[in-house]
Design a protein around this ligand. Sequence first.
Ligand SMILES: Nc1ncnc2c1ncn2[C@@H]1O[C@H](COP(=O)(O)OP(=O)(O)O)[C@@H](O)[C@H]1O
Ligand SMILES: [Mg+2]
Length: 260
Amino acid sequence: MTTIPSGVPTAPRTTAAAARTTDLTKVYGEGETRVVALDAVSVTFHQAQFTAIMGPSGSGKSTLMHCMAGLDTISGGSARIGDTELTGLKDKKLTQLRRDKIGFIFQAFNLLPTLTALENITLPMDIAGRKPDRAWLDRVVETVGLSGRLKHRPGQLSGGQQQRVAVARALASRPEIIFADEPTGNLDSRSGAEVLGFLRNSVRELGQTVVMVTHDPAAASYADRVVFLADGRIVDDMPDPTADLVLERMKGFDAKGRTN
Ligand SMILES: Nc1ncnc2c1ncn2[C@@H]1O[C@H](COP(=O)(O)OP(=O)(O)O)[C@@H](O)[C@H]1O
Ligand SMILES: [Mg+2]
């Protein structure tokens, strides 16, 4: 498979960009501890598309998600959510943008144990003083298959159900884009498949945009597209991935994370 230099656009399914980076660079530390975690990454995530990000450990996957979600500062280039450039936003505006336009799903579900599933789902909106759109909320809850579990507390739910609550929480405010960092990393394969199936449904049925980091080729096969990172650069971009194709591509990375 050929290597695509970063900056070369690939064919979009839709023209609208939910998020986009141009020459995004992130450097940690200085001198001997200096690490270029992202090296001029240019990538567009299209609306209503499910993208998986893969690459060896340390290739910059989490850094890319954090920079795009405004959870970390960037060293150079630009990152945009919709039409909004993240760099230069004042703290208050950035907080608002994160709250209104971005959903984040972490590997650890980060649910509050004393709240019910429904209370966990609506918590971010409650904090923001916003009323959930009831019809939308019902649809999200139904799509995640949690209708009969809304009064349960996290401790009364399976791992897969807990992660689905976290997914519903991210979806509830209808964010422009959801970033998920190894969302199935703590789940058994059946629960993982449940959550992945749901994420895919949210893209197909609700028009949600999802960008997900995973190291699992089977998980990546749920996506519409896989972007491969190595050494802080985009080295490949695969449409319509299958687990076998992804596995084959992963074999092309050597132990140091470089592409062969
Ligand atoms: N807070 C940090 N301080 C210093 N270096 C970091 C920090 N976060 C990540 N890195 C470095 O940046 C590189 C990319 O890390 P990361 O984005 O976490 O990779 P991945 O998620 O692909 O495993 C790694 O070399 C890592 O050690
Ligand atoms: Mg990571």
